[in-house]
Design a protein around this ligand. Sequence first.
Ligand code: 2RA
Length: 344
Amino acid sequence: KKLNVAIVGATGMVGQSLVQVLQERNFPVGNLKLLASSRSAGLTVEVNGQSYKIEEAKPEAFEGVDVAFFSAGGDISKELGPEAVRRGCVVVDNSNAFRMDEGVPLVVPEVNPEAVEGHKGLISNPNCSTIQLVVALQPLQKAAGLKRVVVSTYQAVSGAGKEAVDELENQSQAILDGKTDFPKERIPHGGAKVGHQIAFNVVPQLDVFVEDGYTKEERKIMQETKKIMSLPELKITSTTVRVPVVNGHSESVNVELEKALSPDEARKVLSEAPGVVVMDNPEELSYPMPVPQDGRDEVFVGRIRVDRSVENGLNIWVVADNIRKGAATNSIQIAEELIARGLL
Ligand code: 2RA
């Protein structure tokens, strides 16, 4: 059966990737509506040589739509998500508006596909840095039980949107041209009083500070991981860092396990896990990196080694395309899961 699909936030990086991934995966699209703010309405966007006209995102736009992918920020999701659901549409929301709400499934299909069963019209797509983390943690949890997780991220500027990508490129060029005065508006977050240079730099702040010295991004990783993995008591801490990479988030993940798991055993369970590619051959300098893994849908894991400072400790390195697996692809996989279960 063909489904009528809407994409809210169609002009953004995730919105454009959604159009592309729908095509690549042969998602059964009947009518495709691309929605955005009134500012963009009337514009056309090109994806793979095909052009689409943008319509204004407003409640009536969801009449007759079966599934809507939202990626236009939390405020739009809060305003229009319930309007879409009221009109019989299933919403897969990429914002953080509803992720921690009880009754709203937060889904990574490789980890908790069954969570879609309880949905009431709205399903949340987790934060990009959480998605790649849980895809890599789940096989370790199943094999040996997680006792504690320490994650440090190296996040690309595409996570902060197209303007942040432009800013990194413009700053880099300006610096190479010997300039010292250039815009610093998007990092650590748009709207911050002070912006930081991201070109040739590293910024240990993503999003705003929330409590106890943590940032919102760090809190998302910790809270969302517990919800998706159904491990409310999991000991987990995180530090999130923006790096001058265009696309692809990397994570250094230290785990303490309940039972011993050798690096070889970890490689085996990870390579058998859905959505994971193990890339771990130090002799050939083979490990995941954001540049070669750009454009891929899998989560790549490498640098698997023992952490001898604790009992049953392992270090792993996890890389994924944050726009695809971290947002667009995961959202579409959620809809595919709904279809497979007869829920859409
Ligand atoms: C980022 N996770 O990378 C955030 C939002 N996608 O900036």
